[in-house]
Design a protein around this ligand. Sequence first.
Ligand code: AMP
Length: 317
Amino acid sequence: MQKVVLFGECMLELRQSEANTMHRSFAGDVFNTAVYQKRAFAQQQVSFMTALGQDVLSQQLVDNCKAEGLNCDLVRYSTSHNPGIYLVQTDAQGERSFLYWRENSAARQAMKLLDEEVRNQVCKADVFFFSGISLAILAREDRALFWQFLNEVQKAGVTIAFDPNYRARLWESAEDARQQFALAFTASSMVLPGIEDFSVLYGLNELKDIVAFCEPFNIKELVIKNGGNSVFCRAGDFELTQAVKPVAKVVDTTSAGDSFNGVYLGARLAGYDIGQAIELAASAAGLVIQFPGAIIPNENFKALIDQQILAFEHLAK
Ligand code: AMP
């Protein structure tokens, strides 16, 4: 069975639904990626690696992961910290803003709770995925532990996949993020950035400049998402720019990149070529943005993915 480990934070999401009612769900970029990968490729073992607390919320979060079919054997439990929370507010113009309580979350302690069992299991995976957010939230004093761990995982032959997913507010400074990202680019053979990661952090707006920037690193598969416009991939000598099918009514772009990543990772692992993997991932993301929230109803998601996978299989015959 193909095995993927995704490392990051999942939080309680609160969303005001009516005057005095909060709709609650669980979300976080890497968690969203894991959910969409497992939904699209149920035959793969998708493990979510994180740290939670020993509280009721943590238990519900794990139950939610399990209900999505995620493997939770690599979740560790802090005795002193609980999961983070965020509130999504929407103003009269439909503009969303986010309020976070995550400075003290259990996920920040994940490296302190890393044990031999987790190390061994991750080293047996096919792919290890993490994001710039997984890095940003780590306790600063634990960064060295993370890079040491990643080095072991890489040496064990696991494919390292990374999405910078730059969020300025999570970093002490842009320079701090650039330093950490340089280590991540060096360690990763698959990198899945959004074009805005590079424009905001490095002042690079053109694809050719971004590709040139990535050139010195040993990235085997570079997939650059450019919103509703296109997706670009470079893998060795292979280069592809694929237009994205326009979506008439975008409701909420939360999780667009995350769902793209999950389906892309799953598709590549399942043996799809880069063009097919991009097509599948872009249709998944195109659907996700037509619903509110990070995780859309599974029946809508499965209907689209299954139909497209069937079409690929039909073409292959
Ligand atoms: P982004 O993170 O904004 O680059 O978006 C990730 C992926 O979501 C893109 O690669 C597209 O596949 C999809 N996507 C984002 N915005 C749109 C849009 N307006 N129309 C269609 N697809 C989109």
